[in-house]
Write a protein of this length. Structure first.
Length: 382
C-alpha cells in the first residue's frame, strides 16, 4: 500500500511555515557576521509566539513586519544603515520568552523590540519591563490587555480589548443591550482574559454570562438555550470561532457574535464557518482596502515581496515596523538603546501614513478601531 501523507490542520501548516520563517530570520544574525556591513547594521528584534493558540496571529503579524523592514532596507535602511530584522520565536511560555530575550540581551546592536505578537507574549514583556527586568524600548506590541500597567519603556499603538469591545457594542445598543455572553474558546483564554472582560462589562453596566468551551466548541454552540444572551463576545482565535459557529448552525434564535482582533473573517469562511449567524470582528487598524497612504504602501509592498493575501494582522505588523522606523530616523546622535529610548519617549504623537499615534496619560495610544461583518448570506462588509 503506497505511503500517504496525513492531512494537516491549518495550525499544523502554520507551524511548519513558522519554523521555516523563524529559521530564515535567525540563520545569519548580525553579530555573527563579519565585515563592515554587519557592524553597521541596526538590529530590531521581534518576539513572536508560535504556540498552537497564537501562531495564526503571529504568522500574519510577522509577515507584515518583515515586508516593511525588507522594503525599508531596499530604500536605504535607517539613515543609510541596514536593519537586521530578527524574529525571536517562543512557544508562549515565560521560560521560552526569557531564553529568546537573553539571546539579544548583550547584543549592543539590538536597540529595540518591535511588534511583539501575540497578546500573551506582549503582556509578558510589558510585565518584565515594568519590573525592571528589561532594559530596552518595546515598540508597538500586539497588546490586547486593557488593564495591564504600562511602564516608561513600552509604547503600545494599537487599541486594546476595552476599546474594541466598546466600539463593536455601540452598533448593537439599539437592541436594548443589557446582557452579554462571553465565550472563552479554551481554559487558557478564560484564565488569561476573564478578569479583563469582567472589568469591561462592569464599566459598561452589562450583566455578563460567561461560557467556557471545555474543549468542544461545536458542542457548546449546540447547547445554547433561549436564556443565553443574544450578543455573544467570543474570546479566542479563528479556528475556534469557525467551530463554534458550526455548533450554532441549527439555533432558532438570531444571535450576533462579536469577535476581537485575533480573528480573521476571511480565513474563518475558508475553514467552513456556518453563515447563518452574523459575526462582527473588530480590528485596531484600518480596513485592508482603505485609501490611507500606509494601507496603499502595505498592499503594494506585500504584493511585491510576498505571495500572501492582505489581512488586518499583517497590516498591523507592517504599521508596527513603520512606526518603529519613523522613530529610529529621529534619534539624536549615535543609535543605541538609550538614544532610541529617548527618541520614543520624546515622540508622543505621530502620523504613520494616516494612522494616528498619540499617547494618553496612561501611556497608551489606542483609539483607532474598525470593524468588519460577516452577514447571514456570507458577505464580508466593512
Amino acid at each position: 500500500m503506497p505511503f500517504q501523507t496525513p492531512a494537516l490542520s491549518r495550525r499544523q501548516l502554520l507551524r511548519r511555515a513558522s519554523l521555516v520563517t523563524a529559521a530564515a530570520a535567525v540563520a545569519c544574525p548580525a553579530w555573527a557576521q563579519t565585515g563592515k556591513a554587519a557592524s553597521r547594521s541596526i538590529v530590531v528584534a521581534q518576539p513572536v509566539d508560535f504556540s498552537q493558540a497564537q501562531q495564526d496571529v503571529s504568522k500574519d503579524f510577522l509577515i507584515g513586519s518583515r515586508a516593511a523592514w525588507q522594503d525599508i532596507n531596499l530604500r536605504g535602511g535607517v539613515r543609510g544603515r541596514p536593519v537586521q530584522h530578527l524574529a525571536l520565536e517562543t512557544d508562549g511560555t515565560p521560560a521560552s520568552l526569557r531564553t529568546a530575550l537573553d539571546s539579544v540581551k548583550d547584543n549592543a546592536g539590538c536597540v529595540v523590540l518591535s511588534g511583539s505578537a501575540g497578546d500573551q507574549v506582549a503582556s509578558q514583556i510589558v510585565a518584565l519591563s515594568v519590573q525592571g527586568g528589561l532594559n530596552i524600548p518595546h515598540a508597538a506590541p500586539w497588546l490586547q490587555n486593557s488593564s495591564l500597567e504600562i511602564g516608561d519603556k513600552t509604547f503600545p499603538i494599537f487599541a486594546a480589548r476595552q476599546e474594541q469591545i466598546t466600539y463593536a457594542l455601540k452598533s448593537l445598543q439599539s437592541m436594548g443591550l443589557k446582557e452579554l455572553g462571553a465565550i472563552y474558546a479554551t481554559a487558557q483564554d478564560y484564565t488569561a482574559y476573564h478578569t479583563d472582560v469582567e472589568r469591561i462589562a462592569v464599566g459598561m453596566q452589562l450583566k455578563l454570562q460567561p461560557f467556557k468551551a471545555e474543549g468542544d466548541l461545536r458542542a457548546l454552540g449546540q447547547k445554547l438555550t433561549p436564556r443565553t444572551p443574544a450578543i455573544l463576545l467570543f474570546v479566542g482565535g479563528t479556528p475556534e470561532l469557525a467551530e463554534f459557529t458550526q455548533g450554532m448552525e441549527k439555533q432558532a434564535r438570531q444571535r450576533y457574535i462579536v469577535a476581537l482582533a485575533d480573528v480573521n473573517l476571511q480565513t474563518m469562511l475558508q475553514m467552513g464557518a456556518a453563515r447563518n449567524t452574523p459575526v462582527i470582528a473588530t480590528q485596531p487598524v484600518p480596513l485592508v482596502n482603505a485609501a490611507l497612504p500606509v494601507v496603499r504602501s502595505y498592499r503594494e509592498t506585500l504584493a511585491r515581496l510576498f505571495d500572501e493575501p492582505p489581512t488586518p494582522l499583517s497590516l498591523a505588523g507592517f504599521i508596527a515596523a513603520r512606526y518603529t522606523y519613523e522613530v529610529l530616523t529621529d534619534v539624536d546622535g549615535p543609535v543605541n538603546r538609550q538614544s532610541v529610548l529617548n527618541a520614543f519617549q520624546r515622540r508622543t504623537s505621530m502620523n504613520v501614513g494616516g494612522f494616528a499615534v498619540s499617547f494618553n496619560p496612561q501611556r497608551r495610544s489606542g483609539t483607532y478601531v474598525t470593524q468588519s461583518m460577516m452577514t447571514v448570506d456570507g458577505r464580508l462588509i466593512g
